[in-house]
Design a protein. Structure first.
Lengths: 230, 283, 223
């Protein structure tokens, strides 16, 4: 147990910060995912076939290809792509995108594909009458979507979004291959240094279970809160 | 809706904040997991032959340097992506690598060797002390033949994207079951646990492991140099070009070469080599 | 866009796909039995058996597959005692370690899918069986299981695709599956986009096949 002590000799403090990093990346990725979902869900539901295609392309490709491959694409190609875009604007200087952003973006895009499906399903199960009523109120299309439909969609989406959260949380373990120090990476370092992989990987499993358990408690509270009035 | 705007701004701002520009400092990338070339101490600081040599070279170049840690398999991509400007990570100069990056002159050389656990059937191979694959000739051919016979069907473990992997893949020792790992540490672990019949890496890497872990790892067969094993270890630098960054890289190459010349003349490299390798591995 | 590279890498990637498919089919085969076993245990009246099955499912669904593989491959490989038993013959090979990890993982998800399928069988069907004088055992094997399997097809199809993506993690323990070879090509040619397109394309094609196979089975066995 001394292996877990905080301070110089134990790995406790490193693992604690690594856990915070895992949470940080998961939350950021989830939010990035929402950002993508809010763009692609309307595309998928649009009446224009070409927009549908773009939306479907995104969800099909990202959900059909292994996460590791997407991460490698970002890791080996990400900076290059950003710098290419920047050079178009005349910025030739050296750009460094840190591991946190790369990792969160990669997981975020993956999370977004799942969130898009959830949002789509939720919107499609909202009673059609709501859409008509929104139109009848005479407010702008913008307000129709964001003030009337969206809140209802979120309520319906929460159970499935909790699944997406679990997936996102577990996927963060994969960005350990890029060197970002989250739970998996820190366990890898500790295991290598102490030559005790069994202990540290088992402990990592415990940490993830803890995060899963706490997440479920929090999400249940959210569900209760958003179900009020129905 | 406002929350979304703020969030979007937040993303864009943090993206810009993470964009740093490189002016005076030279960033040098190293693995930190290949003792005695480079490794980490108990607190996680980078140490080793190359870390100290890098500091010496930077002092000669009168430049400020920071040493950055990077996983081996992403080393060259990271250099190309400008995460750092030079690689000093026990990377051998090979024609294959020179297709994408350029190297300074070599500053030290390592010989490679096979290693097994004590008591393995591969011990006591009838081969010369060392062979140089670039020289070729009857002695080399005979040694390779002995090795092919001994290693037939065996599992040999190497670190991925290394000259050692290239050698095994080249077919010079016939059909071997090659297993690749992310780090030398993982190779050592599987060698010690019996998952590998043998492993191939720098001889000093194995002697260092045997010393630090107390495991009965022994070197077998000849030491290898030349051929697929490249021509010594040098500083990896992006290939120069006509644009601003390309010109900077070309100058960096020249500066490094001059610094290495000076360091060699002053005996710095030899001293550091003896300190970390136990013998003068300088070039 | 380096078309030459893309075309040249196809043979290498396709032969690696064979390994991916082997891993996938072995894991699904053993995993289905695991899933069925634990779904049954979950419905058992005994509280210990019940909780045990729940624990298994919770642990393997609540931790990343990467952690599971690392514990089995690196963790178990560390135990000196294990290395002296006959189990070592199996655990020595990364191929079997990966299959064990994948099987345990898919078994957990499958058990949940089957369990919820069992629970949504209309009680009326079971009552009808009982009133016809059919024994409990036969009701279970000849009525409940087939219905549960049919109900689970959509969700199980999803699980097959998830497991196919999961096999990519075998590349983290030295196995040269499709993702492993793709990564090798990317890291030696530095052309991630081209390789992603080809390797990703192969995965998407497999997803397409699986999706259509499940749709076909759903139609064939519908009632």
């Amino acid at each position: 147990m001394e292996l877990l002590a905080f301070g110089k000799t134990g790995w406790g403090d490193e693992l604690f910060y690594a856990t915070l990093m895992t949470i940080a990346v998961s939350v950021t990725a989830m939010l990035v995912g929402f950002f993508f979902a809010l763009i692609f869900t309307p595309l998928k539901l649009s009446k224009y076939k070409s927009l549908n295609l773009i939306g479907n392309f995104y969800t099909t490709v990202i959900r059909g290809v292994p996460e590791l491959l997407v991460i490698y694409l970002f890791f080996f190609g990400g900076s290059g792509a950003i710098m290419y875009v920047a050079s178009i604007f005349g910025y030739f200087e050296y750009i460094e995108i840190n591991a946190f952003i790369t990792g969160s973006m990669a997981i975020g895009i993956i999370s977004g594909a799942y969130s898009t499906e959830v949002f789509r399903g939720a919107i499609q199960s909202i009673d059609k009458g709501q859409f008509e009523a929104a139109k009848v109120l005479g407010v702008s299309k913008f307000a129709q979507f964001y003030k009337i439909i969206l809140p209802q969609m979120l309520r319906l989406a929460i159970p499935n979004l909790s699944n997406v959260w679990q997936i996102t949380l577990k996927d963060t373990s994969l960005i350990s291959v890029t060197g970002l120090v989250e739970i998996m990476r820190q366990s890898y370092i500790a295991a290598g240094s102490t030559r005790d992989p069994l202990f540290f990987y088992s402990f990592a499993a415990v940490l993830y279970l803890l995060l899963t358990y706490l997440s479920m408690k929090l999400i249940n509270k959210l569900e209760v809160k958003y179900s009020k009035g129905y | 809706m406002n929350k979304l705007k703020i969030f979007g701004m937040g993303i864009i701002i943090s993206l810009f904040l993470s964009i740093t520009s490189n002016a005076e400092t030279i960033k040098i990338g190293t693995e930190g997991a290949y003792p005695p070339w480079n490794s980490k101490d108990a607190s996680g600081n980078l140490i080793g032959f190359e870390v100290e040599l890098a500091n010496e070279l930077c002092a000669i170049m009168k430049a400020e340097c920071t040493i950055v840690e990077q996983d081996w398999d992403g080393m060259i991509p990271a250099l190309l992506m400008r995460k750092f400007d030079a690689i000093m990570a026990g990377m051998s100069i090979t024609a294959e690598r020179q297709k994408t990056i350029t190297f300074s002159q070599g500053y030290a050389d390592e010989v490679a060797s096979l290693a097994v656990m004590k008591g393995s059937s591969l011990e006591g191979m009838d081969t010369p002390e060392g062979i140089n694959l670039s020289l070729g000739g009857g002695v080399v051919k005979k040694a390779l033949k002995t090795l092919t016979g001994a290693l037939a069907g065996k599992t040999v473990c190497v670190q991925t994207a290394t000259i050692h992997q290239n050698f095994l893949d080249s077919g010079d020792v016939g059909k071997v079951n090659v297993r690749t790992y992310k780090t030398q540490d993982e190779v050592n672990l599987d060698l010690a646990s019996g998952r590998c019949d043998a492993a191939l890496a720098a001889a000093v890497a194995f002697t260092d492991y045997a010393e630090k872990s107390g495991k009965a790892v022994v070197l077998v067969g000849p030491t290898f140099s030349g051929g697929a094993f490249g021509n010594g270890v040098g500083v990896g630098i992006r290939q120069g070009g006509d644009d601003t960054i390309g010109k900077r890289d070309a100058k960096l190459l020249q500066d490094f070469n001059k610094a290495i010349d000076k360091a060699r003349k002053q005996g710095i490299i030899s001293k550091l080599a003896i300190k970390h390798f136990g013998f003068d591995a300088s070039m | 866009m380096d078309l030459d590279l893309m075309i040249n890498s196809i043979p290498k990637l396709l032969s690696a796909t064979v390994i991916t498919l082997k891993l996938l089919s072995a894991s699904l085969f053993f995993g289905l039995f695991m899933g069925l076993l634990f779904a049954i245990l979950r419905m058992n009246k005994n509280i210990f058996i019940n909780k045990f099955a729940y624990g298994y499912s919770y642990v393997f669904r609540g931790t990343p597959l990467l952690v599971q593989i690392f514990i089995i491959y690196f963790g178990l490989g560390q135990i000196e005692y294990l290395r002296s038993t006959f189990l070592w013959v199996i655990l020595k090979e990364p191929y079997w370690c990966a299959i064990i990890a994948f099987t345990l993982n898919t078994g957990a998800y499958t058990s949940e899918i089957l369990r919820s399928a069992f629970q949504t069988i209309k009680p009326g069907i079971i009552e009808a069986g009982k009133s016809l004088g059919i024994s409990n055992n036969i009701i279970f094997y000849k009525i409940q299981i087939p219905i549960a399997i049919r109900q689970s097809l959509p969700a199980y199809g999803n699980e097959i695709i998830l497991m196919m993506k999961g096999t990519s993690l075998a590349s983290t323990v030295t196995l040269m599956d499709l993702t492993g070879v793709a990564k090798y090509i990317i890291s030696t040619t530095f052309k991630p986009i081209e390789v992603f397109i080809v390797a990703g394309g192969i995965y998407l094609f497999m997803t397409f096949l699986i999706h259509n196979l499940i749709k076909y089975l759903e139609k064939k066995y519908s009632f």
